[in-house]
Design a protein around this ligand. Structure first.
Ligand code: GLV
Ligand code: MN
Ligand code: MN
Length: 437
């Protein structure tokens, strides 16, 4: 079967040129010229540049820009009101991240608005494009920070006390960037405005790459979480301290890294220690402390929880064996998310009516859509990623596929804007029922 190139908008070459234009505006922002990777962390100068870019693009399109209590940016087509159609994603990145994870959803949303306007669509309800704050948790450690704060999924005073690697709190970082931190937290006003949320995202995996279609519809997000392992030992001289006299926190940590892999194989889950901080981090000094963060995910929620419990027991034994202290803290856990079945059906049927064939696929990547799913009907579109690689400078999507994504999003939004919005529960699904606990 040929790739789905529907021609849903009349002027594909123009759309391609618009995509290239907007994409190239963003290309250099926060990019390390040596690695090609992006460091786009919340409330930094780079992030403020991205926020200014978002506001300027919105204003250029005649959209009204608002910033909510938690710092998320909203660009409104039509006066802000309850029950709007909301789309968008995030502009931040992991350290050394790729260009597409996040920005593709924001750029596609803006271009979909252009396409809808050019087609003379007269919306029955407002549309908002949203840019969520710190989806990756790269600066303050908590993924989907903006959407978690908005839905009350994280306590606001706890969130404000989170620190980055330099010890700056979220509260101070927000203040320094000109956003008042005292109002952050559950935002029922913002939530009521979301009638439905549709997030477009580059696929992180090769489900689409192994098939013929360039765009897919998400079914679910695997349960996933982050745990902080802190091993505290005794710093000492690397040359003069006898092996028997050492309390080296690196040793139990090393055992835990191997055990995490073994347990993941057994549980058919995935585990990663991708972030480690060693104090004092000197070649000739036994570390006094190792802080490491576990990311664990899998299709089976019970399996992931048992895996982490088992790993914690192994860590405790290993730490005790080396005379090292251990604390394990759960930083976050997102239960399995089933996207709204009736909204997803509706997406598939509007895409089908435009001759866009879009398979349904699950993902093990987290998204703001997964957080919002506990409160509002939510769905996602994925755009093919030829290698499946993500959270890496080489993350990629072909421009033709990105343009397919814009067309698919345009089709979906048009239906949601002009036809009645009621999302009727489909068999096995409830509107907004999202996260299964
Ligand atoms: C975000 O992209 C995540 O899955 O951690
Ligand atoms: Mn990501
Ligand atoms: Mn993302």
């Amino acid at each position: 079967m040929a790739p789905a190139r529907s021609g849903a908008t009349a002027d594909r070459p123009l759309l391609r040129a618009s995509f290239d234009g907007v994409w190239s505006d963003l290309e250099g922002v926060g990019r390390d010229p040596r690695s090609g990777g992006y460091d786009r962390f919340s409330w930094t100068g780079v992030d403020l540049g991205l926020r200014e870019w978002f506001a300027a693009e919105a204003t250029r399109r005649g959209l009204e820009v608002e910033v909510d209590r938690n710092g998320n940016q909203w660009a409104w087509w039509g006066a802000p009101a309850d029950g709007a159609v909301v789309t968008g994603s995030h502009l931040d990145s992991v350290p050394g991240g790729g260009a597409f994870d996040g920005p593709l959803g924001v750029v596609s949303a803006l271009l979909a608005v252009d396409a809808l306007k050019a087609a003379g669509v007269v919306p029955e309800r407002p549309l908002a494009v949203v840019n969520f704050v710190e989806e990756e948790g790269a600066r303050f450690g908590l993924a989907c920070l903006g959407s978690r704060l908005m839905t009350g999924a994280v306590d606001s005073s706890h969130a404000l006390s989170l620190t980055d690697d330099d010890g700056t709190t979220l509260a101070d970082a927000m203040s320094a960037a000109g956003h008042a931190p005292e109002h952050v937290g559950l935002d029922e006003t913002a939530l009521a405005r979301i009638g439905v949320f549709v997030e477009l995202h580059v696929e992180q995996g090769r489900h689409l790459a192994l098939g013929d279609e360039s765009v897919g519809v998400a079914s679910s997000i695997h349960p996933h979480g982050r745990w902080h392992f802190c091993f505290e030992g005794e710093g000492n001289h690397a040359g003069t301290t006898r092996l028997d006299d050492r309390h080296d926190p690196m040793l139990p940590f090393a055992e835990v890294v191997g055990a995490a892999r073994r347990l993941a194989v057994e549980a058919q889950a995935v585990t990663t220690f991708g972030r480690v901080r060693v104090d004092p981090n000197g070649t000739n000094a036994i570390p006094s402390r190792v802080d490491a963060w576990l990311d664990a995910r899998g299709a089976d929620q019970g399996g992931v929880v048992r895996l982490v419990d088992d790993l914690q027991r192994i860590a405790e034994e290993a730490a005790a064996g080396h005379g090292v202290g251990l604390t394990v803290t759960r930083d976050s856990f997102t239960p399995v998310v089933d996207f709204d079945a009736s909204l997803s059906d509706r997406l598939r049927s509007s895409l089908g009516a435009a001759s866009i064939s879009a398979p349904t696929l699950p993902t093990a990547a987290g998204h703001d859509a997964g957080i919002l799913a506990s409160r509002v009907p939510t769905a996602m579109l994925f755009v093919r990623n030829p290698t499946g690689i993500s959270h890496s400078p080489v993350e990629h999507a072909e421009t033709d596929d990105c343009v397919d994504g814009v067309e698919a999003l345009t089709v979906v939004l048009r239906d949601l804007l002009v036809a009645p919005l009621e999302v009727v529960p489909a068999a096995g699904g409830q509107p907004g029922a999202g996260a299964r606990r």
